[in-house]
Design a protein around this ligand. Structure first.
Ligand code: 1CP
Length: 345
């Protein structure tokens, strides 16, 4: 893909732009009536992810509705634990539920070896989406961070505090590190295949970074994210693919994020005092409107959006996004309003 055609790729190269590129985390999802219409045909969400034609249709829905500057692969981060044999199911009202979560350290040793070909349905979705997108709209591939995947795999479901997980990692340190390094290898092989299939950019979601205090964050999460990024940067297939890191409410300073080998840092919505001067010229920045603002009046949406746009005006490499995913209660009209607002600023 030619960078000069895409605002998004230009921003990832840290160019100063008059209008920032726009895309939204969870831009394809339950807030869209078009999505719900397709979703109702599948009982288990993961079955829908295993259908590449449907994934293609879903990934294109927000592009068609809002003319966004980037598409994201329609899939889920839990495809890797599913491929490892942990039996992932999405239960209505509960979210992900694992049939065979990691309960003991020997469960880690007995895991299936990750075979990237088990996720061929994902790469097929990538190439379908890529072939259906307009030439100038890049496609983002993604994975969960090793830590976030480990947290779901050990907890066996979603949770507010992941208590089982935080206890497990304390009493099974070595095995946890072994598991994290295996997940890092799996993420590498998985992302490499997504890029081979046509992904132009990669985003790593560390959605449960917030569970770890600073030293643990480094030890159990950031260290593995950095190895993953370095492996991608060293592989000829992925060496030129820009990498975005989203870390949810991480207990670390600005420098720690900027000093990773990521090309772009996606800011969580509460990171208002992130030192953007320190980032200047070193990484691109993506974010970070609080998704909850989209539930408020148009005046309030405008006020909060302008605060962000004012602070990133002339920043070298700025991508407009939310500070976390769009929630199902958001009205698509507000997403349209927001998108126009940013373009007309
Ligand atoms: O029933 C439904 O319709 C399922 C809703 C849904 C959707 C639309 C889930 C279940 N996953 C997805 C798609 C998805 N997930 C995408 C592609 C769509 C897009 O962005 O446009 C992506 C990138 C993800 C990534 C993902 N899945 C993350 C990381 C992003 C984040 O929000 O922090 C996480 C944590 C998941 C796990 C997940 N998937 C779905 C649920 C209900 C959950 C659990 C969330 C939790 O633990 O609170």
């Amino acid at each position: 893909m030619n960078d000069s055609d895409s605002l998004f790729l230009k921003a990832l190269k840290k160019e100063i732009l008059d209008v920032p590129p726009i895309w939204y985390m969870r831009q394809a999802g339950r807030y869209m009536p078009e999505y719900r219409n397709v979703r109702k045909n599948f009982k288990n969400f993961l079955d829908m992810c295993k259908n590449p034609e449907v994934c293609c249709e879903l990934a294109l829905q927000p592009i068609n509705a809002f003319q966004l500057d980037a598409a994201i692969l329609f899939s889920d981060i839990l495809t890797i634990p599913d491929a490892l044999g942990l039996g992932v199911n999405f239960v209505e009202g509960k979210g992900p539920v694992f049939h065979n979560p990691i309960k003991t350290s020997s469960d880690i040793n007995n895991l299936n070896t990750f075979d990237p070909n088990d996720l061929n349905y994902v790469y097929e979705a990538v190439s379908n989406i890529k072939n259906s997108l307009p030439e100038d709209i890049p496609l983002i591939g993604f994975c969960g961070s090793p830590w976030t995947l480990a947290a779901y795999s050990i907890e066996g479901r979603s949770s507010k505090d992941f208590k089982k997980t935080t206890e497990f990692i304390k009493s099974n340190k070595d095995e946890t590190h072994f598991f994290l390094s295996r997940l890092t290898d799996a993420c590498f092989l998985y992302l490499r295949k997504q890029v081979l299939a046509g992904a132009d950019v990669i985003q790593i979601f560390d959605s449960w970074a917030n569970l770890l205090e600073s030293d643990d964050l480094k030890d159990f999460s950031m260290q593995y994210i950095e190895s993953l990024i370095l492996a991608l940067k060293q592989d000829p297939v992925t060496s030129k693919t820009p990498i975005i890191l989203f870390s949810r409410d991480p207990k670390c300073d600005t420098e720690t994020l900027i000093n990773t080998s990521a090309d772009c840092i996606s800011l969580y919505w509460n990171m208002q005092n992130f030192n953007i001067n320190a980032a200047n010229g070193r990484v691109a920045i993506q974010g970070n409107l609080n998704p909850k603002v989209l539930l408020e009046s148009r005046d309030f949406i405008k006020q909060e959006t302008y605060k962000i746009l004012d602070s990133f005006n002339k920043f070298p490499g700025y991508i407009f996004n939310l500070g976390h995913g769009i929630t199902p209660d958001i009205n698509p009209d507000s997403v349209k309003y927001l998108t126009d607002l940013v373009r007309e600023y």
